[in-house]
Design a protein around this ligand. Structure first.
Ligand SMILES: Cc1cc2nc3c(=O)[nH]c(=O)nc-3n(C[C@H](O)[C@H](O)[C@H](O)COP(=O)(O)O)c2cc1C
Length: 262
């Protein structure tokens, strides 16, 4: 569609495109066929992902592609015993990387100002964008996978396994393979709870109860339809699981790996 054609689209029309369809049906895949992902396919996925935008064209991220079964098993353990990491044909570590830029700048007679929060944030945002772009590119070819935040359980051990130098850490991983099962898309919070127009609409207690009520019901229906009922509503799961800080050692680990957050 070009900008001229867009004038004819009536409000409320259900627009679609291959990208929109891929996003609408996507879900995290944790079961894979015993079938390799051809190297050419992986190359296409990662090359496409690298067209993701990147702050100031710094490109402060890297991928580490892992196919070795022993390495995947070790990473699965470090992720808290997530067997699907070991069973996936491909694991891609998506790294924030200020090491390469530092080295390139030194060659060019400069010196990267590394010790500040903004560069750490920029590299994490870069990694997130390129990671999602890779996931979307993979989905568009019929592949599937799951992001693995469990890589931040022990970032120093992960860095050792992957031989990461100072200034590189795995923000999250991504499994990739041919789905043995692709779960139906999981519902999201209601649009009106998430999409604000012009100004943010505050979430007071009544709004919070309304959002929780609607989403709990939506997710329960989804769990029933997919036979994954566990009797715990989303809002209660959040309250029980996220009232304490997660990964309290993360700050000091990332500092050791060369990132600053102050
Ligand atoms: C950065 C990030 C880290 C994640 N880490 C894990 C993980 O370690 N293990 C896992 O099974 N799923 C992980 N997930 C998947 C989420 O649980 C999943 O995306 C969410 O429940 C929504 O489900 P859907 O992706 O099927 O729509 C992660 C997702 C993101 C974005």
């Amino acid at each position: 569609m070009d900008a001229g054609e867009a004038d004819d689209v009536a409000a409320g029309t259900a627009l679609t495109s291959p990208v929109i369809e891929t996003l609408k049906r996507r879900s995290s895949v944790r079961a894979f066929l015993d079938k390799e992902v051809p190297e050419a396919m992986l190359d296409a996925v990662l090359a496409a992902a690298r067209q993701a935008p990147t702050s100031s064209n710094l490109q402060v991220y890297s991928f580490v592609v892992v196919r070795d079964p022993a390495t995947k098993r070790r990473l699965a353990e470090l992720a808290g015993g997530q067997d699907h990491v070991a069973r996936a044909p491909v694991f891609v570590a998506i790294c924030a990387d200020i090491h390469r830029l530092d080295a390139v700048m030194a060659e060019a007679g400069g010196s990267l100002a590394r010790d500040h929060l903004e560069l750490s944030v920029v590299s994490i945002v870069d990694a997130a964008l390129v990671g999602m772009a890779a996931s979307l590119a993979g989905d568009s070819l019929g592949l599937g996978g799951c992001m693995i935040g469990g890589m931040r359980n022990d970032p120093e051990a992960v860095a050792q396994v992957l031989g990461l130098p100072d200034g590189v850490f795995v923000v999250f991983g991504m499994t990739l393979g041919w789905p043995a099962e692709r779960p139906p898309a999981k519902p999201r919070l209601p649009d009106d709870a998430v999409i604000h127009r012009e100004r943010y609409g505050a979430v007071d207690a009544a709004a919070a109860a309304d959002i929780a009520g609607r989403y709990d019901a939506l997710l329960e229906a989804h769990k029933r339809a997919t036979e994954r009922e566990d009797g715990v509503a989303w809002s209660r799961r959040m309250a029980a699981g996220f009232s304490e800080p997660k990964r309290p050692e993360l700050l000091s680990a990332l500092k050791t790996l060369g990132f600053r957050f102050d």
